[in-house]
Design a protein around this ligand. Structure first.
Ligand code: 5RP
Length: 232
């Protein structure tokens, strides 16, 4: 669905800048995707070079494998239910810091991990920062409930498309064993209201609208800008 090869330099700059937030003794949520992969690699360097001593909680098999390869010690959310910090990437972020995530089909665990953290930070290149959200909202769906969920999403004005695998016939299966539908709503004028209407649909495991971002590390041409949350 998404092209992760674009804007590599900016993703690296934002991801590595966010890695500097991690201090020894912290428990840190490690997000999924090509931007936060730079965070994870940089954290591995800091472990080796500075003796940085922290525990990570992975949001996906991708993040877990990369953290292990980078020499980061991992723990589980059940062992450490309160995280100091979570760092992740995004598909889109608007001016009020509403976020769409799930381009990598990891948004359910990403939401659980970010909601477990005292502080939630996203690293992104400038292409992700938009005036209004338009990215199709990823919705993780219990396979058994696919048709019902699709019908309800159409009733909300959405156009759901079942996400298909690459190098695998049939649908993408998430790390939790579910399907993902990508739902176009055009311009999303009120992300909070839309999220509140998707939440109660039976069979929806989680959707990719996030309202809990505290700070955006945004890679601009002149450097990484930090944009904090303004709404209450
Ligand atoms: C995975 C996500 C990713 O964080 C999001 O898709 C951004 O990925 P990338 O940094 O590769 O552009 O939400 O579910």
């Amino acid at each position: 669905m998404k092209d992760t090869s674009a804007n590599t330099g900016a993703k690296k700059a934002a991801g590595e800048a966010a890695a500097e937030l991690v201090k020894s003794g912290m428990v840190v949520g490690l997000g999924t995707g090509s931007t936060v992969a730079w965070t994870i690699r940089r954290l591995g360097e800091r472990v080796r070079e500075e003796g940085l001593d922290f525990l990570g909680v992975a949001t996906s098999f991708q993040a877990e494998n990369l953290a292990i390869d980078s020499g980061i010690r991992l723990t589980s959310l059940n062992s450490h239910p309160l995280l100091d910090l979570a760092i992740d990437g995004a598909d889109e972020v608007d001016g009020d810091l509403f976020v769409i995530k799930g381009g990598g089909a990891a948004h359910t665990r990403e939401k659980v991990v970010s909601c477990s953290a005292k502080r939630f930070v996203i690293a992104a290149d400038e292409s992700k920062y938009v005036q209004k959200l338009t990215w199709p909202v990823p919705v993780e769906v219990l396979p058994f409930a696919l048709r019902l969920v699709e019908r309800r999403l159409v009733e909300l004005g959405g156009r759901p498309v079942l996400r298909l695998g690459k190098m695998k016939d049939g649908p993408v299966i998430t790390d939790n064993g579910n399907f993902v539908v990508d739902v176009s709503f055009g311009v999303i004028e009120n992300p909070a209201a839309l999220a509140a209407r998707i939440d109660p649909i039976a069979g929806v495991v989680e959707h990719g609208i996030f309202d809990n971002l505290d700070e955006l590390f945004l890679a601009r041409a002149v450097g990484v800008e930090r944009i904090g949350r303004k709404r209450g």
